[in-house]
Design a protein around this ligand. Structure first.
Ligand code: HSE
Length: 362
């Protein structure tokens, strides 16, 4: 049975949840998937870094209070995250990048991904920044080094929306993508409809763990802007920059407007959309829209997300599921690891390509 050694970059909620999955379900996953997973390095801004090329014992780390984790005193540990050294030098098969997203320049995650790919390591990430801002260049870099760059969790966490479009929509022409791509703003709009005011609804979303560290990204649409860029680039073949995507959030919507719309069978939703025009250009935007009750996104409530694809042969196809949450997002990483395994195990097992001999006439 094969094994993949992982370097976890960032040990916040998501990578910690992946470590829990490996620790608690490793045997079952091995039976199901045909490979085992071992963590050989962990880095974290607060806890420092920990390296054991024989495999880190995850149980004591997971038993500790996350806020009190400190790798400095442990064998192979340091107070310094040593990200560049860990990513480049520690022998690992897959670098799992789950640090925070900086929507302006994608750093430091962008450098983490580059270093890993340049070192010949596969990368999976839930981090929107590097994918939205440099996805095309990073995929090229991965191809040059014969490794995979996977990022299912960057949109709709573990709900397989990117892989569905890439693998299951063969032969279809997709002209439009429309989605509810932010659980926090969708939860808040639902609470406004129930009469809760905006500051109280934001606090609730933070307490429930849906919101980003700075909820401004959720409320003002910047989180959706990055996700729309990823969908437009991956599904519609665009190459959009942030400034190409008009962005308006939900902060100006009042509870009165939301309730008034509901009384007319309209539902306010923060919608990210991208459309491919006949000339091949792609237009994308983020804006609150009052959707009629029959719209496929109108019935999506709470932290649930959904994406509707308009296709030529099937009409509109909608995928819906969780768009946030630590376990749900950790599952996206596991699905990326499975995709890496499927691609490279198949490549390794493929028979050598037959050599075509040139016929020389003498
Ligand atoms: N804060 C985001 C949301 C998390 O509410 O959808 C996932 O990107």
């Amino acid at each position: 049975m094969g094994r993949y050694d992982l370097a976890l970059i960032g040990f916040g909620g998501v990578n910690r949840a992946l470590a829990e999955l490996i620790s608690q379900r490793g045997h079952r996953l091995a039976e199901d998937l045909g490979f085992t997973l071992r963590v050989v390095a962990i880095t974290d801004l607060r806890a420092g870094s920990l390296v054991d090329t024989d495999g880190i014992d995850l149980a004591p780390l997971l038993a500790a209070n996350p806020g009190e984790l400190n790798f400095a005193g442990l064998p192979g540990g340091s107070a310094d995250p040593r990200n560049a050294w860990v990513i480049r030098e520690v022998p690992a098969d897959i670098v799992v990048e789950a640090t925070f997203t900086d929507p302006a320049h994608g750093e430091p995650a962008l450098s983490h991904v580059r270093w890993a790919l340049e070192s010949g390591k596969h990368v999976c990430t839930t981090n929107k920044g590097p994918v939205a801002l440099a996805g095309r260049a990073l995929k090229q870099l991965a191809a040059e080094h014969g490794v995979s760059f996977e990022f299912e969790g960057s949109v709709l966490s573990g709900t397989p929306v990117l892989r569905t479009a890439q693998r299951l929509f063969g032969g279809l022409e997709i002209t439009d993508v429309q989605g509810i791509l932010n659980g926090t703003s969708n939860y808040i709009l639902g609470r406004l409809e129930e009469g809760v005011d905006l500051p109280a609804a934001i606090t609730e979303a933070q307490d429930l763990g849906y919101a980003e560290a700075d909820p401004t990204a959720d409320i003002e649409g910047h989180d959706v802007q990055l996700k729309v860029m990823i969908l437009a680039n991956e599904v519609l073949g665009a190459d959009l920059r942030r400034e190409d995507v008009l962005c308006e959030g939900i902060s100006a919507i009042t509870p009165h407007e939301v309730r008034d719309a509901a009384s007319k069978e309209l539902r306010w939703k923060l919608v990210g959309s991208a459309t491919r025009h006949q000339d091949g250009s792609v237009e994308a935007r983020v804006a609150p829209l009052a959707l009629p009750a029959h719209h496929p996104l109108a019935g999506i409530y709470g932290p649930v997300n959904a994406v509707s694809f308009r296709t030529d042969l099937l009409g509109t196809v909608t995928v819906s599921g969780p768009g946030a949450g630590r376990i749900e997002t950790a599952y996206a990483l596991l699905s990326d690891i499975i995709a890496i395994h499927q691609r490279h195990a198949v490549d390794a097992a493929a028979p050598t390509r037959p050599v075509l001999l040139e016929t020389h006439h003498v």
